[in-house]
Design a protein around this ligand. Structure first.
Ligand SMILES: *Cc1c(COP(=O)(O)O)cnc(C)c1O
Length: 391
């Protein structure tokens, strides 16, 4: 029959990426899961349906994507949302006023904004801590702390959190560890296998990989939490449409080959940047000069496609000169697509972060961030070299 039913617990990553959650359509045998573009389902008689009533609650295309992502992260439950931030919002809604969250201090800007300006108004408290410092994270724990929420690597400074170690310490305080795994993807890093409790994704980025949708996901093996999340997914209603789920399913089929190429291209460009600018001005966990290179090798099987670097004297002007010269790298926010992008975080993705807070973590005014795509390396290298010749 093929599809999902042929998977075994030992099926490899690419096999799961292509088949998990998906089996030939029962009514026609269609190999690809259809786009169930419907809002409601016919009922045979009063109280009789086929398990589908209304599409906020159940959609078979979404269920296929949820099964697929759960299999890739090695979790029992997957839940998909209309965006990464919708996933974060639904997760925080499992908490109540008076609960506390310890979070990294260098989170995705939209996550920081949601915590500090939206969720805090409902009585959930947040403490922001440098997330590479495991002792500092632990010191911030309180009796009412429910979640430790981290990204590793962080954006754009590429600092890492030792996931196995924070899971051990958080669990001693009965705190759940949530990891935003958007940058590494399950192809390189699987936080649940390292003992963490919840993985969050902006599906918008590498999982979909083609820069043509906005989506989010949560994956966990915690049955109690999954039940609350399933209730809230329906009760809050920030669900993705079937077309976007179908596109994301098409994306994950090639995740392994795309990530290999993102990683290979980024390693080469990071090396080139380190040679030209000096290693202390290039932030990439794959460089031996990265202070947490050993941890990067221990908890992940690759380094990913994201690089940050500081051109010239670090000034806005030095950054602008290089930024404006790129030809093949597109100047744009976002990341994780097949095409290479360059971003100026201080004015784009991180514009809401105060300058002093940026400078304190080495995030210079002119810092640039590359999302290295899967084009031919020689073309990417040529573009980077000519952009660096800016005066
Ligand atoms: C983009 C992003 C998000 C937010 O996801 P959206 O899909 O844009 O809502 C969260 N975390 C990280 C690391 C991101 O890059």
């Amino acid at each position: 029959m093929g599809g999902d039913s042929s998977l075994t617990p030992r099926s490899g990553f690419s096999t799961r990426a292509i088949h998990a959650g998906q089996k030939p359509d029962p009514s026609t045998g269609a190999v690809v899961t259809p786009i169930y573009q419907t809002s409601t389902y016919a009922q045979a008689a009063l109280g009789k349906n086929q398990g589908f009533e209304y599409a906020r609650t159940h959609n078979a295309t979404r269920a296929a994507l949820e099964g697929n992502l759960a299999a890739l992260e090695g979790g029992r439950h997957g839940l998909c949302f209309a965006s990464g931030l919708a996933a974060t919002s639904t997760l925080i809604h499992t908490l109540s006023a008076g609960d506390h969250v310890v979070a990294g201090d260098n989170l995705y800007g939209g996550t920081y904004r949601q915590f500090s300006r939206v969720m805090s108004r409902f009585g959930v408290e947040f403490t922001f801590v440098p997330s590479a410092d495991v002792d500092a994270l632990e010191r911030a724990f309180r009796p009412n702390t429910r979640f430790l929420y981290v990204e590793t690597p962080t954006n754009p400074m590429m600092q890492l959190t030792d996931l196995a170690e924070v899971a051990r310490r958080a669990h001693a305080h009965r705190i759940r560890v949530v990891v935003d795994n958007t940058f590494m993807t399950p192809y390189f890093q699987r936080p649940l296998e390292l003992g963490c409790d919840v993985v969050l994704h902006s599906v918008t980025k590498y999982l979909n990989g083609h820069s043509d949708l906005i989506g989010g996901a949560l994956i966990t093996s915690d049955d109690e939490l999954a039940e609350k999340l399933r209730f809230l997914q329906n009760a809050i209603g920030a669900v993705p449409g079937p077309m976007d789920c179908w596109l994301a399913l098409r994306g994950t089929k090639t995740l392994a080959v795309r990530m290999e190429r993102h990683d290979a291209n980024a390693r080469a460009l990071a090396q080139l940047l380190a040679e030209r600018l000096g290693p202390q001005r290039v932030f990439y966990p794959g460089l031996p000069s990265h202070p947490q290179h050993a941890l990067a090798k221990r908890q992940a099987t690759g380094f990913g496609g994201m690089i940050s670097f500081v051109p010239g004297d670090g000034s806005l002007e030095a950054g602008r000169c290089v930024f404006d010269r790129f030809r093949l790298f597109t100047r744009a926010e976002s990341l994780g697509g097949v095409e290479s992008l360059v971003c100026h975080p201080a004015s784009m993705t991180h514009a809401s972060v105060p300058r002093e807070a940026r400078l304190a973590i080495g995030f210079a005014d002119g810092l640039l961030r590359l999302s290295v795509g899967i084009e031919d390396l020689s073309d990417l290298r040529d573009d980077l070299v000519q952009a660096l010749q800016a005066k």
